[in-house]
Design a protein around this ligand. Structure first.
Ligand SMILES: [Zn+2]
Length: 282
């Protein structure tokens, strides 16, 4: 059995030799790398949405350089605390990218002898392919956060690291009392890098913290300073949403700037799924 459900009819998918198949005969091939593509055509996105292969490779290069390790360590710490007393923790990473955070999370949970299963999905096929090629212990699918191919009440912990907040879907897939770990850029995240590109860089806006169906139970930050230069600085810039809106000449500016020192900051918001009260209108 797989944890994933059929994106067409929402029935459980079962594993056969090379595919996942539902009882209505919808079949999804398991790719050579071990992932399955469950993304349905949708007006919301293009035919191959999400990061391109080039973007995925630059993200992997940057992350494996270790300069975001403090964020990965903080995430591991939070997950370890939340899963410490459970017999088995089902974790779903909504927007797993090329798998860096999940790979390190598995290592840490193994080290702590915590029993878990980890599922991840991302809308970028190239990202999922890269994740599946490297991290064999994670079950991976191409899918959208707006239509998560998982049954209701499945996850003990859902991760949304710089992913869109889709509270309805996150609430649906979490078990009662399950947790959502939502990581967002801190106010001054990458300020130094932005100063290298823009004349008047803006701080990030502080995100809302109230979401339907959730109660905020913890909030913490991981903050540091890093120095990047040349291609590494460009790789980092490519990971940001600004990249799409910035002229190529600005990218050259970063490449040629020499050493750029920048603050980095992730805010981790931890939410508990709220039990719906019986007298509450649905
Ligand atoms: Zn089906």
């Amino acid at each position: 059995m797989s944890l994933f459900i059929c994106p067409k009819c929402k029935e459980q998918l079962n594993k056969t030799a090379n595919a996942l198949v539902c009882k209505n005969g919808h079949s999804f091939d398991v790719a050579r790398q071990g992932y399955v593509n469950l993304l349905m055509p949708n007006k919301r996105h293009s035919v191959s949405p999400g990061d391109s292969r080039e973007m995925v490779l630059s993200r992997r290069r940057f992350l494996e350089g270790g300069k975001y390790e403090i964020f990965s360590d903080k995430l591991n710490e939070i997950v370890a605390v939340l899963s410490a007393n459970s017999q088995k923790t089902t974790i779903i990473d909504c927007g797993c990218g090329e798998g860096y955070y999940d790979g390190r999370l598995c290592e840490q949970l193994d080290k702590l002898k915590i029993n878990y299963e980890l599922f991840g999905f991302d809308i970028s096929k190239e990202a999922v392919k890269a994740a599946a090629g490297k991290y064999k212990q994670i079950s991976l699918a191409v899918a959208s956060t707006f239509d998560i191919p998982v049954k209701e009440n499945t996850a003990d912990i859902a991760l949304a690291i710089f992913s869109p907040m889709v509270e309805k879907e996150f609430c649906r897939i979490l078990k009662p009392n399950g947790y959502l770990i939502y990581a967002v850029p801190g106010v001054r995240h990458l300020m130094g890098l932005k100063e290298a590109v823009y004349d008047e860089p803006y701080e990030n806006t502080k995100k809302d913290t109230m979401y339907n169906g959730f109660r905020l139970t913890d909030r913490c930050s991981a903050t540091g300073a890093i120095t990047v230069s040349g291609e590494e600085a460009v790789d980092l810039f490519k990971m940001t949403p600004y990249y799409y809106k910035t002229e190529l000449s600005a990218i050259d500016k970063i490449r040629l700037k020499g050493e750029i020192e920048t603050e980095i900051q992730f805010d981790f918001l931890v939410y508990k799924k709220e039990e719906r009260k019986s007298n509450e209108n649905i």
